[in-house]
Design a protein around this ligand. Structure first.
Ligand SMILES: *Cc1c(COP(=O)(O)O)cnc(C)c1O
Length: 364
């Protein structure tokens, strides 16, 4: 058997006839930076998300960094976020000179434990950065209420949840700023790196553009320390084609998750959808005390699987000096028991049955 964790080849075969001529046309047009496809994609992505402004940039990491800079984050400030995420959620806070404060997660949704957030707020707290982990929307209403009460900004890390929705808003559109990534494994993905920042706030949008463009409002006049962070024309062509298919792909992910749930019921702890909004299953992540045995059986059978994330951020070496004594038991236990299974939209039902057969066998 050979079932990859992420089947980009099958997706490419599906999109080839549309994407290849469009990429060639962009190559011939020679407007490689700030070209018409970048502008069109920003407008189309903002319209999709239901916000006024979409500012493209070079990666999801840059989207977060630029968003944090735009709210004025700096030395002495704190940002509350989750330890169970990709490192960029917190490393960008450190890049601004500020300190990430990790709050433990909910054992079932894997998202921030909403009951523990307020106790972590101090006079230094400037923002809350929830992550819609694995595509499941965080309940944002209680977080927004906390932000209003304590005068904080809400920045959504929607890198894994583009196309999810919550309370009638698309993921990333509910907070002050939303950040997403087009890394090849994400739900909306490029053929390389890319990112997008979305907001309804005109002043923040202007600041985000200045920061992404060398801190310049007027060409060759630099007002603040900025970045060279752009989406390129070729990636914009690809993203425009894929944005049209995003809802279809996400629906297929939801159907796959449903099928897995039925096949795996009783064998492992299947993912818990908390019912708040639409979970778009960036990952399908199970929990089991026998995680390592399942992982080995799948690997031996030629089936991709992965542990997201084996080391929670508060236990990463890079945070040892600042967070060495932090204990977050739910996160630590989850990191020992979680396993993500293949969930590309191209996955076939017969493949899912085969994967579940291997898992059930491993647990016999
Ligand atoms: C992928 C990811 C990022 C970073 O995006 P890049 O485009 O790889 O820089 C940030 N946060 C989360 C939660 C991610 O999954």
């Amino acid at each position: 058997m050979n079932i990859p964790m992420l089947d980009l080849k099958a997706e490419y075969a599906l999109l080839k006839d549309e994407i290849e001529p469009a990429v060639c046309a962009a190559l011939a047009a020679c407007q490689y930076i700030g070209g018409p496809n970048v502008k069109a994609f920003e407008a189309e992505a903002a319209a999709y998300a239901g916000v006024k402004h979409g500012i493209s940039c070079a990666s999801g990491t840059d989207a977060l960094l630029i968003a944090l800079r735009a709210i004025g984050l700096g030395p002495g400030d704190e940002v509350i976020t989750t330890p169970f995420t990709f490192v960029a959620t917190a490393s960008t806070v450190v890049m601004c000179g500020a300190k990430p404060v990790f709050v433990d997660i909910d054992p079932r949704s894997f998202n921030l434990d909403l009951n523990q957030v307020e106790a972590a707020i101090t006079a230094k707290t400037k923002a809350i950065v929830p992550v819609h982990l694995f595509g499941q929307p965080v309940q944002l209403a209680p977080l927004k209420a906390l932000c209003e009460k304590h005068n904080l900004k809400l920045i959504e890390d929607a890198a894994q949840s583009f196309g999810a929705d919550y309370a009638g808003r698309k993921s990333g559109a509910y907070g002050d700023i939303g950040c997403t990534s087009f890394y090849p494994s994400k739900n909306l993905s490029a053929f390389g790196d890319g990112g997008l920042i979305i907001t309804d706030d005109d002043a923040l949008a202007a600041e985000l553009r200045v920061l992404a463009s060398h801190g310049s409002r007027v060409r060759y006049h630099h007002h603040v320390l900025g970045y060279n962070s752009r989406l390129d024309e070729i990636q914009a062509v690809i993203l425009r084609a894929k944005l049209k298919r995003l809802d279809g792909f996400n629906n297929r992910r939801i159907a796959i998750a449903d099928f897995y749930n039925r096949q795996l019921a009783g064998a492992v702890e299947t993912p818990f959808a908390d019912g708040h909004g639409r979970h778009v299953y960036h990952q399908y992540t199970i929990l089991s005390d026998r995680r390592d045995a399942i992982q080995k059986a799948l690997t031996d059978a030629g089936i991709g699987c992965a542990v997201y994330y084996p080391v929670p951020l508060h236990q990463q070496e890079m945070f040892a000096a600042t967070h060495g004594d932090v204990k977050l038991p739910v996160t630590e236990r989850t990191a020992r028991r979680c396993l993500s299974l293949p969930i590309s939209p191209m996955l076939q039902d017969a493949q899912i049955e085969a994967i579940c057969g291997v898992i059930r066998n491993a647990l016999k």
